[in-house]
Design a binder for this molecule. Structure first.
Ligand code: NI
Length: 440
């Protein structure tokens, strides 16, 4: 009799549990569950982040990081794919109910930068990069991105049965670039099919950024620039520095080309449609004061906010450089390597998700920001599916403006109080999108 009673009671408890899980089908319940889980795992996320920070790995060498990520996702019961685009990891969380598919992305790689911060978990890792002995550092905060997405995976796994749809967790290698290789990072992951089977209906991602901790920055439309590498080689004719009329001076020609390039952005690009930059960062030619060299080589970077401007700028660089050289009796050879397209936030999706970001960070903390000229390979996902990328503030309160250290600085510092905001923002975005893929 006592057993019968016990089993009935157990049955009621199980039913109640299933029921309470099944009842969690509205936004407010799920949001409360996310908040609760997020507060529980915050300290684990900080531990993971510090561990990644102390063990940074360069692009396409994220073996240790990817291993930790894959083990974590498997422990949560996800379907896990490893070695995607070399070291990438993709985890799939299937909710208990049918629905859309949403993707969340974090990048895992660090930079060849020698850390100057005096932190107990500062990186002491050294490597040889481009023939130089240099440190390795998470100077762009990808350690924070990776550990937060691991946290989000754990939070959402806890409410799996209540989720209407599927969440794809993308841990991407080589966002900082694997130059010399044809294709890497986001582009290679897409080539290897991560946006298929199932195809996400939307993708979200964030970048830590030196604005006050707790703030979230969003920007509908063009947010970050395209980036392309430029190389111009000017072939002149070497001669004695005292008899320039017997040669063709590639330095004077190169100097004219550098000045000529300045008119592309100021005279040709429709700047009201978005920004553009052409910078020559390296100019090499000659070895001695009284010798006119045979040639000059220039290296530069090209940034634009839309594809039309990108095509136009490339065409004008080619035209100007070759024709200025020709006018001087020299020959210019222009080589442009396309790196990343412009990061363009889908305007409808951004509008739709804005209230969710406001709930995650607090309404007054969510700020519309101006587009920037740095680049991100999140743009490749956004070319395939609607996506929204945003900034998460990491600057300690009261930081003086002249003490701000930019991403990639050897003193780049992340206030870890940003982590709870990031956990909530990504979790809210994923769940809200599954509940209301077309808005309210
Ligand atoms: Ni970065």
């Amino acid at each position: 009799m006592i057993y019968k009673f016990f089993y009935t009671l157990l049955g009621i408890i199980i039913l109640f549990t299933i029921n309470s899980e099944a009842q969690m089908n509205n936004w407010e319940d799920l949001k409360a569950a996310i908040d609760n889980e997020a507060s529980k795992i915050e300290s684990s996320v900080i531990e993971w982040r510090r561990d990644f920070h102390q063990h940074p790995e360069l692009s396409n060498q994220e073996f240790r990081t990817a291993g930790i990520v894959a083990t974590h996702l498997k422990s949560l019961g996800f379907e896990v794919q490893t070695q995607v685009a070399k070291t990438g990891v993709v985890g799939i969380l299937k909710g208990g109910k049918p629905g859309p598919v949403v993707a969340l992305r974090a990048d895992m790689d660090a930079l060849p930068v020698t850390e100057e911060l005096d932190l107990p978990f500062a990186s002491k890792v050294k490597t040889t990069y481009n023939g130089q002995e240099v440190g390795v550092m998470h100077a762009c905060g990808h350690d924070v991105h990776t550990s937060m997405l691991m946290g989000v995976a754990q939070i959402l796994a806890k409410m799996k049965e209540s989720l209407p749809g599927t969440i794809k967790f993308i841990f991407q290698p080589a966002e900082e670039g694997a130059f010399g290789e044809e294709c890497w990072g986001a582009e290679l992951m897409i080539r290897e099919g991560i946006l298929e089977d199932p195809k996400p209906d939307a993708i979200f991602g964030l970048h830590v950024w030196p604005v006050p901790v707790g703030e979230v920055g969003y920007c509908p439309g063009p947010f970050m620039a395209s980036v392309d590498n430029l190389k111009i080689k000017v072939e002149g004719k070497g001669t004695h520095g005292a008899i320039p009329w017997q040669g063709v001076d590639p330095i004077v020609t190169g100097a004219q080309i550098v000045l000529g390039l300045q008119t592309i952005v100021s005279r040709n690009v429709a700047l009201t449609e978005g920004g553009a930059v052409v910078t020559i960062g390296s100019f090499h030619g000659g070895a001695r004061n009284n010798i006119i060299s045979d040639d000059v080589e220039m290296l530069g970077t090209i940034r634009t906010h839309n594809e039309e401007a990108r095509v136009l700028v490339h065409k004008k660089i080619e035209q100007l450089a070759t024709n200025i050289a020709k006018a001087n009796g020299a020959v210019a050879e222009v080589k442009i390597d396309k790196i990343y397209p412009s990061t363009i936030n889908n305007p409808q999706l951004t509008q739709q998700m804005l209230p969710v970001l406001q709930q995650a960070a607090g309404k007054e903390k969510v700020k519309k920001v101006l587009p920037v000229m740095i680049a991100e390979d999140f743009s490749f996902y956004q070319r395939e599916i609607p996506g929204m990328y945003f900034f998460l503030g990491i600057l300690p309160p009261g930081t003086e403006p002249d003490k701000i250290e930019a991403n990639h600085s050897p003193r780049f510092f992340v206030d870890e109080n940003a982590i709870p905001v990031g956990l909530k923002a990504l979790s809210y975005l994923a769940v809200d999108f599954l509940l209301h893929p077309n808005g309210y």
